[in-house]
Design a protein around this ligand. Sequence first.
Ligand code: B3K
Ligand code: ZN
Length: 877
Amino acid sequence: MSEPQPIYLSDYRPPAYRVTRTELTFDLDPAATRVKARLHVERHPEHEAGVPLELDGEQLNLKAIAIDGQALGEDEYAVGEAGMVVHRVPQAFLLDTEVEVAPDANTALSGLYRSSGMYCTQCEAEGFRRITFYPDRPDVMATFSTTVIGDAATLPVLLSNGNPVERGTLPGGRHFVTWEDPHPKPSYLFALVAGDLEKVEDRFTTMSGREVTLQIWVEEENLDKTDHAMASLQRAMAWDEQAYGREYDLDLFMIVAVNDFNMGAMENKGLNIFNSAAVLTHPHTATDAAFQRVEGIVAHEYFHNWSGNRVTCRDWFQLSLKEGFTVFRDQCFSADTNSAPVKRIEDVSFFRTAQFAEDAGPTAHPVRPDHYIEIGNFYTLTIYEKGAEIVRMLSNLVGEEAFRRGSDLYFSRFDGQAVTIEDFVDCMAEASGEDLGQFLRWYSQAGTPEIDAHGEYDYANAEYRLVLRQRTPATPGQAEKQALHIPVRLGLVGTKSGRDLPLTLDGEALGTDAVIHLREDEQEFLFTEVSEAPVPSLARGFSAPVKLNFPYGREDLAFLQAHDSDGFNRWDAGQRLALLALDDLIAAHRNGVEKVMDPRVVEAFRAVLAARIDDKAVLAQMLTLPSEAYIAEQQPLVDVDAIHAARTFVKQSLTMALRDDFLRLYEENRSEVPYAPEPEQIAARSLKNVALSYLMAIEDEAGLEFAQAQFAADHNMTDVRHALTLLVHGSRGDIADPALKAFGEKWAHDPLVMDQWFSLQVTRPQADVLDRVKFLMAHPAFSLKNPNRVRALIGAFANQNPVNFHRADGAGYRLLADTVIELNRLNPEIAARLITPLTRWARFDEARQELMKAELERIRAEELSPNVYEVVEKALA
Ligand code: B3K
Ligand code: ZN
């Protein structure tokens, strides 16, 4: 096998031929599905006559090919591994092809495959070429007509994009439905579903009065798990009208739940296909977090109808054009629907843990990469979440109103087109009059910028001098970095009054909360008329995706935690304070010195508990310590055992000091009210369960009793799963084992609950867990062919159990590498994703580095898919 070669953004050329209309007929069969395609093709006027026609195609068995009804001779075209070339074609013509594909042999879950007996497709980014020969690139947009033929008894439901226009029966017990999608679309948005499915139906009337039928298609046993997705969809449709003026554009919108799916969901035009984990919910099977995730993903895919489908990407380097923007849109939607500060805290916690780690590792890439080997490897936190942070910065820079004018302009100017990130940013610049030239560097420069800040108060002159210095560390292929345009939202909190002081900069009064613009490597900001010594509150609301270092003392942080008017920074001050204390304890653990709890952290917690914070969800966040992964992210060298020991010690110390408060919080927030996934209930449950985590940290009688009772009460999955996790992660096997067994037996029939059953076992910190992982891999319910199960077992072990994955003997690494090697053959996309924790070897001690690299080498010695090849090469470069 020759080495896979990179594709470069700078090589982009518009297509020589476009397809204006695509007519497909599928005759479904598990081993030999026939796909007939009639393409209406035209040469682009800018290209000369005689340019050969190039079509993508992979693993297709060509049965027939004709142009304008004339079958082609064998010398008139050439078929290779990646596609075909037709040497001579007219200026405009009809191309007919017929191919055979094998859905049952498709374990990569890209193209047409079968899942639990139903046929479904996944075409983004390059799956359509596994269905038929086609210019499979997003800048080729056609209207589609799709006829699906299948066995009437086993496949009563036949779906595709758009509206059904014809249906009928055929000889041999077969039937067909023809679908027509009037909106030109790229091939990656094509979808087909066929199976024995049931639907739940509802309606939505758009702002201009269009009646839209909404359908969610599921297996019969899941009919009772669709309410929340349907309600979320209706809320999302209304929100997009109100927030962005965007209306739905077909008479029918369908969602289908599929058990085997590589990602969360897919925004195919009019026919969204969802991982069942991202759409099905029931109080007894899904946690609050799952309910919120479903709401966010349903909204995200729906929002793509405009940001992605009506206006799409010119090429895959522009992926963040649709993904960053759409994540920003779904974040705002969820913030409006739930607790806005908590949504921001959750998003930023995740971002600073996982995206920062990506940006600091060997696969770091810009939000708009300039080359890739396998685009499937670029559905990353950088493209999605950092892309969203960039759009958020844009919105803050130009202001909400100009942002809306900019987005209106973008949607109207580029409707029906495939465009670039510049096109989007230009609309924002045009609508606001801002110069966004320097800002564009955010898209091309990888790595997390760091701002080193320091400040001085001049009492005599009532001035505060703030100095900000920015630098972005080198990343692979980008040694030199340029200064970015970084918006820093800030306040100065008076140490006497505890209030935000008025800000005067260069003679201009800015109010008490303002955005300053850092554009140079180093810049000084002199605030005048500062009447008392302040503590600065910087990058409020995480105003830019950067690391901001300020030499805060622990008293400063306790002060900000108590007084900052910005909820996000109040929370963050508490996190920073805890991190300082954790640092000391990590060092103590490493040096074999006795650990001593910093009383200031205890007092800060006591103050939070006494502050009577109304929003219980915010309070729960303020009482939550930084995760082990986030602590690791702050350490120069990661010592998983020291981190675990230090964090456990802090939890136990806090419980011993504040036990009565936690008991009270637990009691006060217990409720018998029927479950609803609404913000107040979710907030109370999260607070109660945080309290329970503390009580269980010392496993005293009350904690064990509460956990057991909460599990036994079986009120809702949030409470049951939390209690069970605490028990299983604790030391009382006599209590945990029977509970785990009962849970497993009760839910053996429900794959989404079983995923949780697998995960919570393999994330326990006890030393014997690797044996448990191996044992569970042999469980009859485990399969490498189901991505959810792989993530629930192997993914959870490797990413959420640092102490055991990083065992000093390397057995955790070996297990992951073995799995990657097997999955490389079955499902390259999932295999490549699974490697991530091994790519982070540089963060660990030398012995572990050697072990991790040895496993990467062992993977590299295999015959690799391009996906795995690209990741491993980068990790070992
Ligand atoms: N656009 C899809 C991602 C599909 C990726 C497949 N490799 C889901 C989403 O972002 O909405
Ligand atoms: Zn998306």
